[in-house]
Write a protein that binds this ligand. Structure first.
Ligand code: SF4
Length: 441
């Protein structure tokens, strides 16, 4: 049987796509997954274009794969995903070791494309658009409790720094029926938590006939037996409606956690980023979320050193972290991406300035996150047990509804896949410690 090795870079959407590629190749072409690249007949690198650094990692990996190809000329090496869509010419030029390049829209055709490489014995490039296909094939994987489910692809927003509209195309929603069928299948296999994925997930359903929305979809997923928790990511503030906020409070299985990218706290920068909301509007949404969904946990994405960002603009971002009190922050230095308008802006910020700003922002974000964690001490939270603690395998581990990792003594019980109540005793830098609470307590 042929062997497939997949290396995934980037976001959860890519993790999901890699799983589906492996599932399709297993079901239709008999490829078994292997952890070892030196054992593989086919190596696929599922790539990310969000930052230049992510692309350089791929080129360096392709360099490392050269000796394998020399040893086994039959080995097929493919580059797939966002970078494949955006940078096919650079890939073929810099890495002649590559046999196959195709973007995310062609993922459902992976088997046919691999066969073409074998047949034609020359590199195959496929970066055109393709119809939206729901792929549900999924290989056996480690996590049997939590699954990602793509509900829509692409994005129409064209933020000035982002490549997604160019690599993943325009917003296209999967049908409600196909999503519910996929989740029913997952529940049948024992999965208990699903995360609905889309680059701009809260725009879900506008393009369907008849149109629908994410709030309605969450309500329908809530009805499915076996599934206990529902999350969704990534939300754009522009599409966050009062109806969706109410659903987060009222639909029992929807978790009280929201990742809401802010990107910058400065109105001037938000306009240049083409984000479509102001700092004031964002704060209004936060106030509505906190009032409607008490105890909601919030996380965000921030960019430092966007072209033209002044010290004052940057301080406005730091101030937002203090004001909103995020549970966690994902902050990055701005990285110019080909084809995006911001890459052409004349007022690029020097790298040392970006680095210093990032350090300062992360210091503040870590302090705020630690304070939020400490505020959980003494509270009793619902935990979905998903395994054992990484540091101490005698302890159990799981996640709260607000997405925090909790480690605790399971008192000799397995409890895998069960929802238990845990009293938080100590906030650690990256996790919480707790003790199991008996139901009678
Ligand atoms: S909304 Fe998100 S995915 Fe869409 S263009 Fe902006 S940053 Fe990119």
């Amino acid at each position: 049987m042929a062997k497939l090795h997949v290396i995934t870079y980037g976001c959860q959407m890519n993790e999901y796509d890699s799983e589906r590629v492996a599932g399709l190749l297993k079901t239709l072409h008999n490829y078994d997954l292997t952890d070892r690249e030196d054992d593989a007949d086919l190596i696929l690198l599922n790539t990310c274009s969000i930052r230049e650094k992510a692309e350089e990692k791929v080129f360096s990996k392709l360099g490392q794969l050269k000796p394998l190809k020399r040893k086994n000329p039959e080995l097929i090496i493919g580059v797939i995903g966002c970078m494949a869509q955006l940078r096919q010419a650079a890939i073929m030029e810099r890495a002649p070791v590559v046999d196959l390049v195709f973007g995310s829209p062609a993922i459902s055709r992976v088997g046919e494309l691999v066969e073409r490489v074998k047949r034609e014995r020359r590199p195959v490039l496929e970066t055109g658009e393709a119809p939206l296909v729901k792929i549900t094939a999924k290989p056996q994987s480690g996590d049997r409790l939590k699954a990602f489910v793509t509900v829509m692809e692409g994005c129409d927003k064209f933020c000035a720094f982002c490549v997604v509209p160019y690599t993943r195309g325009r917003e296209r929603s999967h049908s409600v029926e196909s999503i519910l069928a996929e989740i029913r299948g997952l529940a049948g296999q024992g999965y208990r938590e699903v995360t609905l994925l889309g680059q701009n997930v809260n725009a879900y359903g506008k393009d369907l006939d008849p149109p629908t929305d994410l709030a309605a979809l969450l309500d329908q997923v809530n009805e499915l037996d076996g599934i206990e928790r529902i999350r969704f990511v990534t939300s754009n503030p522009v599409n966050l409606t009062s109806r969706l906020i109410r659903v987060m409070a009222e639909v029992p299985k929807v978790c009280q956690y929201l990742h809401l990218p802010l990107q910058s706290g400065s109105d001037r920068v938000l306009v240049r980023m083409n984000r479509g909301y102001s700092r004031g509007r964002y704060l209004e949404l936060i106030a509505e979320l906190e009032e409607t969904v008490p105890g909601i946990a919030l996380s965000t994405d921030l960019i430092v050193g966007f072209p033209g960002e002044s010290e004052e603009d940057f301080e406005a971002t730091v101030e937002m972290v203090e004001t909103v009190q995020y549970d966690s922050v994902f902050a990055f230095r701005y990285s110019p991406r080909p084809r995006t308008p911001a890459a052409e802006f004349p007022d690029q910020v020097p790298e040392p300035v970006k680095a210093a700003r990032l350090t300062r922002l992360l210091e503040v974000a870590n302090r705020v996150g630690a304070e939020k964690s400490r505020a959980l001490e003494g509270r009793t939270l619902e935990v979905l047990v998903d395994g054992v603690s990484r540091k101490d395998p005698r302890e159990l581990s799981g996640r709260t509804r607000c997405n925090r990792v909790v480690n605790f003594d399971g008192q000799g019980r397995t409890l895998y896949g069960e929802l238990v109540r845990v009293r938080i005793t100590q906030a650690m830098p990256h996790s919480l410690r707790g003790e199991l609470v008996d139901e009678e307590d």
